[in-house]
Design a protein around this ligand. Structure first.
Ligand code: GDP
Ligand code: PGA
Ligand code: MN
Ligand code: MN
Length: 620
């Protein structure tokens, strides 16, 4: 680590410049400006080496943020418990600071860039005192992409630095390439907002009650303050790869989406690539790593959260995953639901946040096999299976390198990505939405995405279980006016050869058996590995083989067209899972109407036409 010296050398280089491992002018100026404002004690330029990981994790153990797990169970892995006020994304503190308010649209919080900067400069003033400032050169996507997408995150959190090493490609190689290309980069500033006075002891999870997650889309800059939680603090992820990248994608004609990417191989060896957008905590990571229950089918993973999609020279939509790790929801993950995730984390080099710590130095969470007789809960309290409180926060997470995933598709290393055959939209709905249906065409698929609805989850602070519209599962992540975003989706489908665009489907793993029909209120569909049956139907639709019923909402499988061999489900249950109840759908119409009204004239007329088409088909 380098102290910031007081003196200049004879060449006129500042102490920061003398100590910096780069001559990239833009990076030096950015780091100097942030350091002058935030006043860290030291500056550490990240290399991304194994030794650096060891130093960071040793440091985090020494200050009590990390507990080292038992190396025989979980090598090179760590447990962390956050402050209870810092457990999820904070949507009400997240701002799109475009120059014009109109460009943030009706779905984002907005503040004028100058006003936000003045406010945050006040918060940043001296906020890194007593701490080390880490400078993280990173790239989202491939370092050897045609245009690598660089960023520099400056943070006062060693936890964030260690997590960024798992989640992104970062370090010296990236810095060298930025120098060679004299590359532009996204400026990403992060502070936990907890300066230390001389002699003041640190807390295990420093953060601040005041939080701001601010994006400046025109400047391609991110300023984050007050939180250490992944989605608020690992700035390559949601802030860059979704909010800033979606604004870049609008300007440049591509898509930055909240989607998993998977590769599906049929028993006959035919390969399809599927992208799927579900809101946070609605099944992306599980579907991405699915272990099919139907014989002969194979799933390989490319990504579990974010897809960048560009039209290729062949007219198809090609997707890459810009990330390098999984930041997965822990509760519910087990050897039955997601064995591939279990195998990935069992290899170690992982960080677990807000799960329970067992007495033998392992981690446990609700839904995992073999509950321990005693453990320490995420709140640091004694926990046993009879405890009333949960051992783990509902949004507790594992953070693990994607390369440890046994079923990582080899195409992950191809900077061109993979050509997408099908896009699935989906949400968490107890009622109304059938297990799967296919859109009529691209515009109808865009309508399905634009009206996607889901019950809120613990991935964001606020009420859980409330149905809201979450367009393309991007509500918290669209970095510009959502009306323009819908228009951009419509434009992406205007194509000389529309048949080359992915087919669009809608899925719902979360429909419940209705009590009034004598059901038990439980999930109608077993989900997880059984979702391979739905993927098979999707492939067979693309290949023109699977039958469907044309309903007012789109093409729904006939019960026979879905492979239910070996599935323990009665005909009545299957029918209930696939049912399209016209009354339920008619009840959606005023909600969609109200949702669309928010966009006024910014709503593409194509989507209004789709709504009128649906209304007519429902006879409403
Ligand atoms: P992500 O945040 O979108 O990546 O969602 P995850 O894949 O992490 O899943 C979030 C939660 O939903 C976890 O508790 C999962 O166990 C649960 N889940 C995922 N897939 C299914 C499914 O097919 N059926 C049911 N019932 N639950 C699921
Ligand atoms: P998730 O990612 O989509 O896997 O939940 C984190 C988030 O969206 O906050
Ligand atoms: Mn996500
Ligand atoms: Mn996930």
């Amino acid at each position: 680590m380098t102290a910031i010296l007081e003196t200049e050398d004879t060449t006129g280089a500042t102490p920061l410049e003398q100590a910096a491992p780069t001559s990239h002018r833009g990076i030096l100026d950015f780091v100097a400006e942030v350091a002058a404002l935030t006043q860290p004690d030291e500056i550490h330029w990240c290399t991304g080496s194994d030794q650096e990981w060891t130093e960071l994790t040793d440091f985090l153990v020494s200050v009590g943020t990390f507990t080292r797990l038992n190396p025989e169970r979980m090598p090179n892995s760590f447990h962390a418990a956050s402050d209870p006020i810092d457990v999820a994304r904070v949507e009400d503190r997240t701002y799109i600071c475009s120059v014009a308010e109109r460009d943030a649209g009706p779905t984002n919080n907005w503040m004028a860039p100058a006003e936000m900067k003045a406010r945050m400069r006040g918060l940043y003033d001296g906020c890194m005192r007593g701490r080390t400032m880490y400078v993280i050169p990173f790239v989202m996507g491939h370092l050897d992409a045609e245009r690598p997408m660089f960023g520099i995150e400056v943070t006062d959190s060693a936890y964030v630095t260690a997590s960024m090493r798992v989640m992104s490609r970062m370090g010296t190689d990236v810095l060298r390439r930025m120098e060679e290309l004299e590359a532009d980069f996204v400026q990403a500033v992060h502070s936990v907002g907890h300066p230390l006075e001389p002699g003041e002891a640190d807390v295990a999870w420093p953060c601040n009650e005041v939080k701001y997650i601010s994006q400046f889309p025109e400047e391609r800059a991110i300023w984050s303050f007050g939180s250490g939680y992944g989605g608020n603090a690992l700035l390559g992820k949601k802030c860059y790869a979704l909010r800033i990248a979606s604004a870049m994608a609008r300007d440049e004609g591509w898509l930055a989406e909240h989607m998993l990417i998977l590769k599906l191989t049929s028993p006959a060896g035919s390969v399809k690539y599927v992208a799927a957008a579900f809101p946070s905590a609605c099944g992306k990571t599980n579907l991405a790593m699915l272990e099919p229950t139907i014989p002969g089918w194979k799933v390989e993973t490319l990504g579990d959260d974010i897809a960048w999609m560009r039209r290729g020279e062949d007219g198809r939509l090609w997707a890459v995953n810009p990330e390098n790790g999984f930041f997965g929801v822990a509760p519910g993950t087990n050897w039955h639901t997601n064995p591939n995730a279990m195998r990935t984390i069992a290899k170690g080099s992982s960080v677990f946040t807000n799960v329970a710590l067992t007495d033998d130095g392992d981690v446990w969470w609700e839904g995992l096999e073999n509950p321990p007789a005693h453990a320490t809960s995420w709140k640091g309290e004694d926990w046993s299976p009879d405890s009333e409180e949960l051992s783990s926060h509902a949004n507790s997470r594992y953070c693990t390198p994607i390369r440890q995933c046994d079923i990582l598709a080899p195409e992950f290393d191809d900077p061109r990505g993979v050509p997408i055959d099908a896009i699935l939209f989906g949400g968490r709905r107890r009622t109304t939405v059938p297990l799967v249906f296919e859109s009529r065409d691209w515009n109808h698929g865009t309508f399905l995405g634009a009206t996607l609805s889901s019950e809120t989850t613990a991935a964001a602070t606020g009420a859980v279980g409330v149905v809201r519209r979450d367009p393309m599962a991007m509500l918290p992540f669209i970095g510009y006016n959502a009306g323009d975003y819908f228009g951009h989706w419509v434009d992406m489908g205007k194509h000389a050869d529309a048949a080359k665009m992915p087919r669009i489907f809608y899925v719902n793993w979360f429909r419940r058996a209705r009590l009034e029909d004598g059901g038990d209120g439980g999930f109608l569909w077993p989900g997880f590995g059984e979702n391979s049956r739905v993927l098979k139907w999707v492939v067979e639709r693309i290949e023109g083989e699977a039958a469907a019923v044309e309903t007012p909402i789109g093409h729904v499988p006939t019960p026979e067209s879905l492979d239910t061999d070996g599935l323990e489900m009665t005909a009545a249950e299957l029918e209930a899972a696939l049912a399209v109840d016209a009354d339920e759908w008619r009840a959606e119409l005023p909600q969609i109407e109200e949702w669309f009204a928010r966009f006024g004239d910014d709503l593409p007329s194509v989507l209004r036409d789709e709504l009128e088409g649906l209304r007519a088909r429902l006879g409403a």
